[in-house]
Design a protein around this ligand. Structure first.
Ligand SMILES: CC(C)(COP(=O)(O)OP(=O)(O)OC[C@H]1O[C@@H](n2cnc3c(N)ncnc32)[C@H](O)[C@@H]1OP(=O)(O)O)[C@@H](O)C(=O)NCCC(=O)NCCS
Length: 209
């Protein structure tokens, strides 16, 4: 389990204790506007997302993070890597983000999206990371652009139309590589783009999975 620290947030793996936080997050109709057409996600769907996330952490060593405010300790939202099993390409790992509304507009998603790219490319050697949303989701698309993902156009997906972005590790290494830390169990860097990493820190936040 890997916890990453960015300038303003602690990013720690989802754990079973996060269910109530996630139910609260996905109950906001404005937040889920481009996810479910504004209908709060059912408990069943959120439980299934959580189970999928826990499986990824167990099997791959990566998955979605909970974003925790460093100063306030507030649970701000979810962000990070997530496999999309039904994505119709070989590279199915997405970087994604959903933050409580009161935290929008402060650049938190790009800050943590960059940490997720670093985690996926430098720590897990993924070849390509994608990001998928509805074409109308301008804020999310803007975050994708800000962290260097490249527009791949639109395609039919889940009975609708999706726009998708992608970044290859080779391209990321050229643009962000020199600022990334070497792989190690615990890294402290002053640079905003170089996250501080701790292994097995989940127990500090969660009672168990
Ligand atoms: C997407 C989301 C995580 C963005 O997080 P954030 O931390 O607020 O991101 P930022 O602070 O970088 O702000 C978003 C950017 O989008 C821009 N933006 C916001 N609304 C916009 C709009 N209607 N049209 C165009 N751009 C818009 C902002 O101006 C900002 O860009 P800028 O810094 O160049 O000015 C947040 O809006 C969210 O949680 N949305 C709901 C969940 C969601 O849809 N997630 C994606 C599912 S695929």
């Amino acid at each position: 389990m890997t916890t990453v620290e960015t300038a303003r947030l602690i990013l720690r793996p989802w754990c079973a204790d996060d269910l109530d936080h996630l139910l609260g997050l996905y109950a906001d109709s404005e937040l889920v506007r481009y996810i479910s057409g504004g209908r709060p996600l059912s408990r069943e769907r959120v439980v299934s997302m959580l189970e999928h996330a826990l499986r990824q952490w167990r099997e791959y060593g990566y998955g979605p993070w909970s974003a925790i405010g460093k100063v306030t300790g507030a649970w701000i939202g979810e962000i990070g890597l997530n496999e999309i099993p039904d994505w119709p390409d070989d590279n199915k790992v997405e970087v994604g983000w959903e933050l409580h509304r009161s935290w929008w507009g402060r650049g938190l998603a790009p800050e943590d999206g960059r940490a997720a790219l670093w985690f996926g490319f430098a720590q897990h050697h993924l070849e390509r990371i994608i990001s998928v949303t509805k074409p109308e989701n301008a804020p999310s698309r803007r975050v994708m652009e800000k962290i260097g993902l490249i527009d791949q156009g639109t395609r039919s997906y889940r009975e609708g139309v999706a726009v998708w972005y992608a970044l290859d590790r080779a391209t990321w290494e050229i643009s962000a590589g020199p600022r990334t830390p070497a792989t190690s169990d615990e890294i402290v860097h002053d640079d905003d783009a170089s996250p501080r990493v701790q292994q097995s820190a989940t127990a500090k936040f969660c009672t168990g999975n």
